[in-house]
Write a protein that binds this ligand. Structure first.
Ligand code: PMP
Length: 287
C-alpha cells in the first residue's frame, strides 16, 4: 500500500509527491532533518526533536517553514493516515528551490523552505530482537565537517561508514577523532565501567542526541553515575559494557569493537535496564 506523505502543505500518495530538481537539499545538502519515533501510535520525545529542529534552522540562518507551529498536527495526521503503530516519522526542511543552481543563499522572502514528511512503519521496533544479542561495531576515522551538532542531510560519510562496517562483517561504525570516539554513524556512543556510564560531552563535535538527553536523565534519576567525557577505542574495549542511543534504536547494546568482545561479549545489565526504562517512560510521555 502506498504511503500518504506531506509536501509543502499537501497530503499526497507518495507517487504523486514531488520536489524541484533545483531544491538546495538535492543540489547542496542545504537541508536539515529530524526523525521522531512512534510507539503505540504516540510520538516519542516530540518536543525535543522540534526544539533541535529549530536550533538547526537557526544555526544555518534558514527560515522556519510556514507550517512550523502545525508540526504536531502534521505528525499526528501522518500517523493516523498511514496507520502507524510502531515506526518513525522523517521530517526534512531545506532552504528551498531558487529555480537555478547558485552557491549564494536565495532571498528567504522570495524562496520559501521546502518541508517534507513521511512515515516508516516498523512493527516490532520496541521488541527488536537485536537488543537481546547486541551489535558489533568497528572504528573508523571521523572525517566529517566541524558542525556535527547541526542535523544536516549531509549523510554520505555516515552511509559510507555503515558500508565499511558491513564489509567488515559488523553492524555499525564508531567514529574516532584525535584518538577519541566522537559518536556512532547515526547514534551516540557510550561505555560502562565499574557501574559508571561514560559518554562524550556535548560540543560541535557530535549531534546532541534527543535520546541521549532522555537516557542520561533517566540514568541519573535511577541513581546511576554519569560521566560526560570522551573515551578511546582502547578504553571501550576494556569496558564492562557499551551501547548506542538514537530515536530509532532507543538503547542498543554493543558487544564488540574492532573484533574485540566488550565485557564478556554479551548484552550487559546497564544497557538492558536503560533500554527498559527509556521505552517505558517514553511511551508514558508520548503525545
Ligand atoms: N549522532 C548522529 C550522528 C546521528 O545521526 C543521530 C541520529 N540521527 C544521533 C547521534 C542520535 O540522535 P537522536 O537520539 O536524536 O536520534
Amino acid at each position: 500500500m502506498s504511503r500518504i506523505v506531506y509536501v509543502n502543505g499537501s497530503y499526497l500518495p507518495e507517487e504523486e509527491a514531488t520536489v524541484s530538481i533545483f531544491d538546495r537539499a538535492f543540489l547542496m545538502a542545504d537541508g536539515v532533518y529530524e526523525v521522531t519515533s512512534v510507539l503505540g501510535g504516540k510520538l516519542i520525545d516530540f518536543a525535543g526533536h522540534m526544539a533541535r529542529l529549530e536550533r538547526s534552522l537557526n544555526a544555518l540562518g534558514m527560515n522556519k517553514p510556514e507550517a512550523f507551529d502545525e508540526l504536531l498536527d502534521i505528525h499526528r495526521e501522518l500517523v493516523t493516515r498511514n496507520d502507524i503503530d510502531e515506526g518513525m516519522i522523517y521530517l526534512q526542511v531545506s532552504r528551498g528551490a531558487a529555480g537555478d543552481r547558485d552557491f549564494v543563499f536565495p532571498d528567504p522572502e522570495v524562496v520559501k523552505p521546502t518541508l517534507v514528511l513521511f512515515t516508516q512503519s516498523k512493527p516490532g521496533l520496541a521488541d527488536n530482537p537485536t537488543a537481546k544479542t547486541g551489535i558489533k561495531v568497528i572504528s573508523i576515522d571521523d572525517i566529517r565537517w566541524g558542525r556535527r551538532d547541526i542535523k544536516t542531510v549531509q549523510l554520505l560519510y555516515p552511509s559510507m561508514g555503515k558500508m565499511m562496517a558491513k564489509d567488515a562483517g559488523a553492524d555499525d561504525a564508531w567514529l574516532v577523532e584525535d584518538g577519541k570516539v566522537t559518536e556512532g554513524t547515526s547514534n551516540n556512543a557510550y561505555i560502562v565501567k565499574d557501574g559508571r556510564i561514560i559518554t562524550r560531552e556535548l560540543s560541535t563535535d557530535i549531534l546532541h542526541g534527543i535520546t541521549r538527553a532522555a537516557v542520561l536523565r533517566f540514568a541519573r534519576e535511577a541513581q546511576m553515575t554519569v560521566e560526560e567525557r570522551s573515551f578511546t577505542v582502547d578504553e571501550a574495549q576494556q569496558a564492562d559494557e557499551a551501547f548506542v542511543t538514537s530515536a530509532s534504536t532507543f538503547v542498543m547494546p554493543v558487544v564488540a569493537l574492532d573484533g574485540a568482545p566488550i565485557g564478556d561479549g554479551t548484552v550487559g545489565p546497564v544497557a538492558t535496564r536503560l533500554r527498559e526504562i527509556y521505552i517505558e517512560e517514553s511511551i508514558k510521555a508520548g503525545v
